[in-house]
Ligand binder design. Structure first.
Ligand code: AVI
Length: 321
């Protein structure tokens, strides 16, 4: 990178390093600017995107059994949610728990204070009796903070198949670190998207309205806007793939011509050959066997798997050993 760009944001550094690697890659964590958040909200309501619907069905149809498993032998717990978002699905559980008079509090953790403010206000109106203790920050810092005055069982929610966006190497590390921040007997309730008909999976990442394509391309729009780049947004094709052997679903942006891009923030020009791809996202699909191995590796015991009627998705309940 040129000298003028010695002081760079992490965003600019990551984009530079991704576009300088071979093959080129960009991290999906940068999808979520305001437009990206809105596009993802739209994706969750799409016909082809079965993930959100499946998890909603599990909560709605099995809330009684879920509550029983969360309580176990105890009479109370603290429900902690990592990356709470707008809490739409979680609300099904929260409302039910409150209606049953369960002794619990809810601690959503999110990196964005704005997300937490909106969620807390919404919950204050829709479930006034709910005790909310929102924590802004990094998941692990927040969990450590919670552990300081830990006297109740913790039930940690990590929903929406967010674990699928970790690379295969980093997912077990993340789960192990999560376990290190919990005490014996604490629970983890985690959503995994299951392997299924490859055509169903591919359609979920290539919807006919083109919202997922827009979501992927928006990453280039964001780089143009925030880092002063000149990506030609028409110059890239959205191309998802699914590998039924490994379960990896990958999204790519494929350059449809030889072209160059200049990014002001890095002071560099990046060249693309015709049909050269940028890998932008992994959305891992799992078998139950893979999930059980994860639990074991990370120091958890599998308590129960809650699946939807199609067996598309599983919310797995694990106990820290
Ligand atoms: C947030 N995450 C679980 C979504 C997924 O399915 O991997 C993001 C997404 N990417 C394309 N469509 C939805």
């Amino acid at each position: 990178m040129s000298e003028t760009t010695a002081i760079l944001s992490t965003f600019a550094k990551d984009i530079h390093s991704g576009l300088s690697s071979n093959p080129k890659c960009l991290s999906s964590k940068y999808f979520y600017d305001e437009t990206g958040d809105q596009l993802f909200q739209t994706i969750m309501g799409l016909e082809e995107y079965y993930l959100t619907r499946s998890e909603f069905e599990i909560f709605d149809q099995q809330k009684k059994e879920i509550l029983k498993s969360f309580l176990g032998e105890d009479t109370s717990f603290n429900l902690v949610e990592l990356g709470a978002g707008d809490g739409t699905k979680t609300k099904v559980l929260l409302k039910y728990f409150v209606s049953q008079g369960v002794d619990f509090s809810y601690s959503p953790i999110d990196i964005s204070q704005h997300v937490l403010d909106v969620l807390s206000e919404d919950l204050g109106e829709s479930i006034p009796k709910l005790q909310v203790n929102a924590i802004q920050g990094d998941y692990f810092d927040a969990l450590a903070k919670l552990n300081e005055n830990h006297f109740q069982k913790e039930v940690v929610l990590f929903l929406g198949s967010n674990i699928g966006n970790f690379s295969n190497g980093s997912a077990p590390k993340f789960l192990t670190r999560l376990g290190d921040n919990l005490s014996t007997g604490d629970l983890l309730f985690i959503g995994f998207d299951l392997m299924k008909d490859p055509n169903v999976i591919l359609s979920a990442y290539n919807d006919k309205l083109g919202v997922t394509k827009e979501f992927n391309i928006n990453l280039l729009r964001r780089i143009n806007k925030e880092l002063g780049a000149n990506f030609d947004l028409e110059g890239y094709e959205h191309f998802p793939t699914y590998n039924p052997i490994t379960g990896e679903t990958k999204s790519h942006l494929v350059s449809n011509k030889a072209q160059e891009v200049f990014i002001k923030a890095t002071g560099e020009t990046y060249s693309f050959d015709a049909w050269e791809a940028i890998h932008t996202e992994v959305s891992q699909k799992y078998s139950l066997k893979m999930i059980h191995q994860f639990a074991e590796q990370a120091g958890f015991k599998v308590i129960k798997n809650f699946t939807d009627k199609n067996n598309f998705y599983v919310d797995a309940l694990w106990e820290k050993i």
